[in-house]
Ligand binder design. Structure first.
Ligand SMILES: Nc1ncnc2c1ncn2[C@@H]1O[C@H](COP(=O)(O)OP(=O)(O)OP(=O)(O)O)[C@@H](O)[C@H]1O
Ligand SMILES: O=c1ccn([C@@H]2O[C@H](COP(=O)(O)O)[C@@H](O)[C@H]2O)c(=O)[nH]1
Length: 238
């Protein structure tokens, strides 16, 4: 039997993907399916850190656009990611997979605070670690948190699980003529302003030579294929 291509990964899960076809919030059926796929990969012995987004609940930039103070709106966005992280962790519990939520904002009655050494210990013990509250700082995104936590835990790759099946020449949800890249360098992705991931995340991953694979979380089996080193989505490389 073939072995996984990676020993430790950082999976960035789009918050919006958790909505499924709902207009807002967390669709339990979708969460069940996604968690089942992650549990399968964990069962292969791959150590998994997850950064979860919050776009299904609240984005700071939208709050700011309707007059809210931007930093306040961003803190609300970070709290939204804590809710998603807790929902995900509870779904892992139902799959009898151990997970821990570590939050960059301190809410200790609810979840553990993020401590790097503790995160690494949980991973070594085979627990899935869910990093909540992004970087803990306003004006950032969970993409940047994924790059940061990926670097901190020594992940071999960041897997961006999103609503589209890779990086395109333009947003494929707006431009039906957009073409998908099989591979693309960080310099080209940044130079062309490809908005699938924010530029800060791309720049950090480029500087520390941490590759990113962008793939669709809606495609059954895609996560496993990426982890097994099969051709899936788009590889962003140095
Ligand atoms: N060049 C591009 N290639 C692929 N997707 C692109 C591109 N430009 C913009 N996008 C859009 O970027 C989105 C990916 O971002 P995603 O939905 O994962 O959001 P996020 O902000 O990272 O997560 P969340 O949903 O938690 O806020 C895709 O759904 C796609 O529509
Ligand atoms: O480090 C961070 C991460 C996130 N935020 C805020 O949370 C929301 C939701 O995150 P997404 O990456 O958009 O899913 C984001 O819009 C920010 O408002 C943050 O401030 N700092």
């Amino acid at each position: 039997m073939s072995t996984p291509a990676y020993r430790r990964i950082l999976l960035k899960l789009s918050g919006e993907a958790l909505m499924g076809d709902d207009p807002y919030g967390i669709n339990e059926k979708v969460v069940e399916r996604i968690v089942g796929e992650i549990a399968e990969v964990s069962g292969l012995g791959v150590q998994i850190g997850i950064v979860i987004g919050g776009g299904n609940i609240f984005r700071g930039i939208q709050g700011a656009a309707s007059g809210m103070d931007r930093a306040t709106a961003d803190y609300i966005g970070m709290l939204a990611t804590v809710m998603n992280a807790m929902a995900l962790s509870d779904a892992f519990r139902r799959h009898e997979v151990e997970s821990r939520v570590l939050s960059a904002l301190r809410i200790e009655q609810v979840v553990e605070p993020y401590i790097r050494a503790r995160a690494i210990r949980h991973l070594e013990e085979g627990r899935i670690v869910i990093f909540a509250a992004g970087t803990g700082n306003p004006f950032f995104t969970t993409d940047t948190a994924a790059a940061l936590r990926g670097a901190e835990i020594g992940a071999q790759i960041v897997l961006k699980a999103t609503k589209v099946d890779g990086v395109y020449t333009a947003d494929p949800q707006k431009d039906p003529t957009a073409k998908r890249y099989h591979r693309i360098s960080f310099d080209e992705a940044i130079g062309r302003n490809l908005a699938v991931m924010d530029a800060t995340a791309f720049a950090l991953c480029r500087d520390i030579k941490l590759p990113i694979n962008v793939f669709s979380i809606f495609k059954p089996g895609a996560l496993r294929r990426v982890v097994m080193g099969e051709d899936e989505g788009t590889l962003v490389h140095s």
